[in-house]
Structures are given as structure tokens and as C-alpha cells.
Design a protein around this ligand. Structure first.
Ligand code: ADP
Ligand code: MG
Ligand code: ZN
Length: 640
């Protein structure tokens, strides 16, 4: 009995759908103006227009149906249909260049289905929707709110895994590892911290380019502490069913709380954590983000759950995520430098048989800009080559070929350019560093590197010298000069025509400071007036609320400041060219140099001993190679 009833229900639905469909079809077809070609042309001659982007042409068995939207001369918008058979259509195309041009602009849907078929296709979404509702109702009445579609089944929940990764599986990034040791200790004995009333960070945000070991590091924390590891990617929250993101976040946290102590790892958090637009934009995404914020606020700091998240775009994240009590600790992970690359290569070669001729230091020298994942890939490719040739050991030739494979075609050129790039970037970054060193008000240089990151060739990390909350005019001038130091060094070392695009980001920052000096801080000849700017949220740009004349004055004034600071930068570099040379050379040898090494160069006017040692080592090796002691690129005899 029951079965029969449901069949009848289905039949009823299908009939209903067809009826509704026909009504809609009639409605659409009925309201469109059926035009002849003459009438159509008249629209144009009378000053009307057709929105080409909303018009399409379909061909049904040799009949052209052009349908779309047009606007009459007096601004009324209407739908139209223009039907032409093949002969008329071709004639119009040949005789009327205006028509030909029009047709070339609209979308052609060739060999369209017959109107009946397209009716069916048009109805498909509706059928699916209704089917979906039926399913929803039936599952609701069956299993209550728990089952069915309201509680996404267990299968969509994040998987809880036991991580067996240890810190020893992560090479390089030592400072970052030490920062996480404390978290491990906390996860091991949360009670100790609770008793002391110590607040442990709830959220740790790892920022860095892809493949630098962020996921690996999160797993290592879980592995070291021996706790559960819940992992989910930001994009997964919205997979399959839009709108379920928020409930997934809730599930994730409720599962995690039951399993505490544990780690929740959210990869690509930028997929959910984008700045909320405050207007249009994807609101389901915002719900997900809001739920994430609520959950993070909801659990106490001693609940034993630590959220780790990874992104390579911290700039797009909503500020609310970075507030205390949420992701209040950020760990920056950059591409590995030469020594870190050596460590990573050694680590991943542990379980492979490698010819003793291979010196990992040399491989590290040849792979600037490689991420940990790429290095791992190099070794893997090399191992594959060995297996393929039925040999026993990875040789230098294999590594060489593997590097080429990982870099891929186009980057080959960039490898050939590396030496020249290295030269330019080393002077550029040395220029920044020199400003920090020689301008009293500038920030202190912490670390300089020529390892590329994002679209910057290298970068210099500076921190303010004093803790003051205010910046003086002098400080701001020094900051601008600091940003311009890179470009100034390029120009001095290589000439006006050889300057590169590498300073793009620096100029942006320098201009910003100068603009604020003029418009907000009253530090220019334009006086104390604060010039209002409006933030255009969706574009992230500021727009002035003042006349063109004022805008012109502001721009002129900004330029004056920038020119003045650039002059300062050039003077400093010319005066301390010897120091610049030493810093640049150290950078070319070590790729990353520290504040201590820069201080040493400055005080003693000579290369730090690490640089000298490294240079000597390379010189000895080059000699050996010449005299044939090291046979580079020669396959091992025993492999044959
Ligand atoms: P990310 O999450 O930053 O994109 P992953 O952690 O997924 O990078 O790294 C991918 C792989 O690259 C790791 O599984 C590991 O094999 C290798 N790798 C990356 N960085 C390191 C590192 N510092 N030490 C050892 N291996 C690394
Ligand atoms: Mg990852
Ligand atoms: Zn720069």
C-alpha cells in the first residue's frame, strides 16, 4: 500500500512540473517582442540599442533565433526574438554590414537543441530542486534532525589522524621550531599550565610560501606531543554543499573538544578568512568565518585545543582573526636559505642510497629559491631515474637532471640568469641594510636575505630602534630613505639604465609614508590641514575627498619628499660604498646574513669569518675539481 502511494505522489509531481514549465515557457515566449528584420533594423535607426552581451543566437535545424534585450530610443527595455531562416539570414549578413557586425558580437549557441529539448533542459534544475526537497522531507521524517541532510554525515567530518611526524623530520626553520616547543609541552601536560594560570596561545598562524613545511610543522607538533590531529582545508568547508561551512566548523570544534588535547589544523585559511566586505560578496563565506571566530572565542584557553592555520596570504585575512585570543601568534616561514636547503636535502636523502661523491652543500648552492617541497621532489625524481635505469645509486648526473625536471622548462632561463640576478639583488638588499645601519633614525636591520619571496627578489627585515609609539618627521624620512636605498644602490652600482623593477614594492611603501606625511601628519609645506580620504573597501584603495587642485599639490609635495629622501640614500651609499660592497658580497656567499654579521662588517670593515671560510672552502673545491680529484657529472663506475 505504502509503495503505491509514493508512486502516485511522484506522478503528481512530474505532472505539476510539466504544467509549471509550460506556463513559464508561455510567459517567457509571450512577453518577448517577435521582430522582423526590418523592425529590428528600425530599432537602430531610431536610436535604440541592443545589449550584445545579453543577446544570444541559437540555430535550430537551420533556423536562426536571435533573442535578447533591447532598449528603445525613449529608454524602455524589452525582450525580443528575431527569427530568420537560413536564406534570409545569409542575405542579411551579406547585404547589411551593420547586421554582420552585430552578429559577430553576440554569443552563438550552435546546433542548439530543439525548443522542446531546451524546455526539458531548462526544467532540469527545477526537477532536481524538487527531488532534493522530497529527499530532504523524507529523511527528516525518518531520522529526525540528526540524520538526513541536516547533520552532514560523519563522512564529511574532518578526519582525525595520529601524526607520527617528529621535529627531526623538519629541517631548517629552527627558530620556528623552538617557538613551537612550548606548545608541545603544553599539549603534553595542559594541567601544569592550568594550575599556574598561564594562558597559552589558542591559535598559531603560519605564514609562508607553498611547500615550505607549514603542514609538516603542524603535524610535527601533534606528533611530538602525541595528540590527535584534525586537519581541514579552508576550501573544504564549502565543498559540495554551499552554506554548510558554518556547521562544518561547529562539527570540527566539537569533535576536537571531545578529543582534547589535540591540534586543529586549518590549511589555506585564506579561503574562509578573507576580509569581510561589509556589503556584497559571498555571505556564506562570511558565515563560515563568523562561526570560526565564535568557536575560537568559545573555548577556554586551557581546553587543550590548539588551532594551527596556514596561509601564504596573510594580507587578505580578516583582521578579526588576528586579534588576541584567536590567532594571536604568527610564525613566518620563508623559503629555505642555503644552509637550510642543505639540511633539507640531507634529511630527505637519509632513506635513499646516494653516491658519496655528492656534496649537498653544492647542490644547495645551485638551488636558490627552491622550497622544501621542491627539494624533496628533486631527490624523488633522482631516485625515479635510478630505478628506471636499473642502477643502484643516485649520482650527481641524476640530481642535475632532477633539478631541471623540477624547475621545468621556462625556469631554465631564470637559472641561467641567476648569477646576474644574484648580483643585482645582493646590492639592492645591501642598499636597504646600509640605510638601517647609517641613518640614525632608521630601523635596525635584523636579517637580510637574497632568497626570493613572493615577487620580491629578496628582503630585509628591520625593527624600530626605540620603543616609542610616535614617529618623528626624521624617523619617517629615514624610513622612506630605507625603502629607497635598494633602488639607489642599484643605480649607483649599475647605472641609471640598469635599474630594475625589483624596487616596485619599496616605491609603494615609500610613497605611502610620504602621502601620509602630507595628508595626515601635517609634515609638509601644505600645512596642518588633514586631508580626508575615503577607504574604498572592495578595492582596498584610498581615494581623496578633495579638489583636483589639492590633489595636484599633494602629489607634487609627495614627490618633493621622495626626491629628498632618495638624495639622502644616494649620499649614504656613496659615502659608505666599501661597506655596501662587503654586505653585498656576504649576501652572495651566504644568501642570508644576520644583524651580528652586518655589525661586524661595519665595525671591522672586512668580511665576517663565516663568509671567508665559505669562500675558501669553495676555492679548494674548485681546485680539486680542476685537478680531477672530484669527478663531477661522471656516473659511478660501479653503477654500470
Ligand atoms: P606547505 O604546507 O608549507 O605547503 P608542506 O608541509 O606540505 O608545505 O611540505 C610538503 C613537503 O615538502 C613535506 O611533506 C616535506 O617532505 C617537504 N618539506 C617542506 N619543507 C620541509 C622542511 N623544512 N624540512 C623537511 N621537509 C620539508
Ligand atoms: Mg600545506
Ligand atoms: Zn627592496
Amino acid at each position: 500500500m505504502k509503495k503505491k502511494k509514493s508512486i502516485w505522489l511522484w506522478v503528481l509531481f512530474i505532472v505539476m512540473i510539466i504544467v509549471i514549465g509550460l506556463v513559464i515557457w508561455q510567459f517567457i515566449a509571450g512577453t518577448a517582442d517577435k521582430l522582423t528584420l526590418d523592425e529590428f533594423n528600425k530599432i537602430f535607426t531610431q536610436g535604440g540599442s541592443v545589449a550584445t552581451e545579453r543577446t544570444s543566437e541559437k540555430i535550430y535545424n537551420g533556423v536562426h533565433v536571435i533573442s535578447g534585450v533591447y532598449t528603445t530610443a525613449d529608454g524602455v527595455t524589452r525582450k525580443f526574438v528575431l527569427t530568420l531562416n537560413n536564406a534570409n539570414y545569409d542575405k542579411a549578413l551579406a547585404e547589411d554590414p551593420g547586421f554582420a557586425e552585430f552578429v559577430s558580437k553576440i554569443t552563438l549557441i550552435a546546433d542548439a537543441n530543439s525548443p522542446f529539448m531546451s524546455l526539458i533542459i531548462g526544467l532540469l534544475p527545477m526537477v532536481i530542486l524538487i527531488g532534493f526537497y522530497i529527499w530532504m522531507f523524507s529523511s527528516m521524517s525518518k531520522g529526525g534532525m540528526g540524520g538526513g541532510m541536516f547533520g552532514p554525515g560523519k563522512s564529511t567530518r574532518p578526519r582525525e589522524i595520529k601524526s607520527d611526524v617528529k621535529f627531526s623530520d623538519v629541517a631548517g626553520i629552527n627558530e620556528e621550531k623552538t617557538e613551537l616547543v612550548e606548545l608541545v609541552d603544553y599539549l603534553k601536560n595542559p594541567n601544569k599550565y592550568a594550575q599556574m594560570g598561564a594562558r597559552v596561545p589558542k591559535g598559531v598562524l603560519m605564514e609562508g610560501p607553498p611547500g615550505t613545511g607549514k603542514t609538516l610543522l603542524a603535524k610535527a607538533v601533534a606528533g611530538e606531543a602525541g595528540v590527535a590531529f584534525f586537519s581541514m582545508a579552508g576550501s573544504e568547508f564549502e565543498e559540495m554543499f554551499v552554506g554548510l561551512g558554518a556547521s562544518r566548523v561547529r562539527d570540527l570544534f566539537s569533535d576536537a573538544k571531545k578529543a582534547a588535547p589535540c591540534i586543529i589544523f586549518i590549511d589555506e585559511i585564506d579561503a574562509v578568512g578573507r576580509k569581510r566586505s561589509g556589503g556584497m560578496g559571498s555571505s556564506t563565506n562570511e558565515q563560515t568565518l563568523n562561526q570560526l571566530l565564535v568557536e575560537m572565542d568559545g573555548f577556554g584557553s586551557n581546553s587543550g585545543v590548539i588551532v594551527m592555520a596556514a596561509t601564504n596570504r596573510v594580507d587578505v585575512l580578516d583582521n578579526a582573526l588576528l586579534r588576541p585570543g584567536r590567532f594571536d601568534r604568527t610564525i613566518q616561514i620563508s623559503l629555505p636559505d642555503i644552509r637550510e636547503r642543505e639540511d633539507i636535502l640531507k634529511l630527505h636523502s637519509r632513506n635513499k642510497s646516494v653516491s658519496p661523491e655528492i656534496d649537498w652543500k653544492r647542490i644547495a648552492e645551485r638551488t636558490p629559491g627552491f622550497s622544501g617541497a621542491q627539494l624533496e621532489n628533486v631527490l624523488n625524481e633522482a631516485a625515479i631515474l635510478v630505478v628506471r635505469d636499473k642502477r643502484k645509486m643516485i649520482t650527481l648526473t641524476d640530481i642535475d637532471e632532477a633539478i631541471d625536471r623540477v624547475v621545468g622548462g621556462p625556469a631554465k632561463k631564470s637559472r641561467a640568469m641567476t648569477l646576474q640576478d644574484k648580483q643585482i639583488v645582493s646590492y639592492h638588499e645591501a642598499g636597504h641594510a646600509l640605510m638601517g645601519l647609517k641613518l640614525e633614525s632608521a630601523s635596525k636591520v635584523q636579517k637580510v636575505t637574497i632568497i626570493p619571496r613572493g615577487n620580491a627578489g629578496g628582503y630585509t627585515i628591520m625593527t624600530p630602534k626605540d620603543e616609542s609609539n610616535f614617529s618623528s618627521k626624521e624617523d619617517l624620512f629615514a624610513s622612506i630613505a630605507g625603502y629607497l636605498g635598494g633602488r639607489a644602490a642599484e643605480e649607483i652600482m649599475f647605472g641609471k639604465n640598469k635599474i630594475t623593477t625589483g624596487a616596485h614594492d619599496d616605491l609603494d611603501k615609500a610613497t605611502n609614508i610620504a602621502r601620509r606625511m602630507v595628508t595626515q601628519f601635517g609634515m609638509s609645506s601644505l600645512g596642518l590641514t588633514k586631508y580626508l580620504t575615503m577607504q574604498e573597501e572592495s578595492y582596498g584603495q584610498t581615494k581623496g575627498v578633495y579638489s583636483d587642485e589639492v590633489a595636484y599639490k599633494i602629489d607634487t609635495e609627495i614627490n618633493v619628499i621622495l626626491e629628498q629622501c632618495y638624495k639622502t640614500a644616494v649620499e649614504v651609499i656613496n659615502k659608505h660604498k666599501d661597506v655596501l660592497e662587503l654586505i653585498a658580497e656576504s649576501l652572495r656567499v651566504l644568501e642570508t646574513i644576520t644583524a651580528e654579521q652586518i655589525d661586524y662588517i661595519d665595525k671591522n670593515n672586512q668580511l665576517p669569518k663565516e663568509v671567508v671560510e665559505e669562500k675558501n672552502r669553495r676555492a679548494v673545491e674548485d681546485k680539486k675539481k680542476e685537478s680531477g680529484e672530484i669527478l663531477e657529472f661522471e656516473p659511478d663506475e660501479e653503477d654500470k
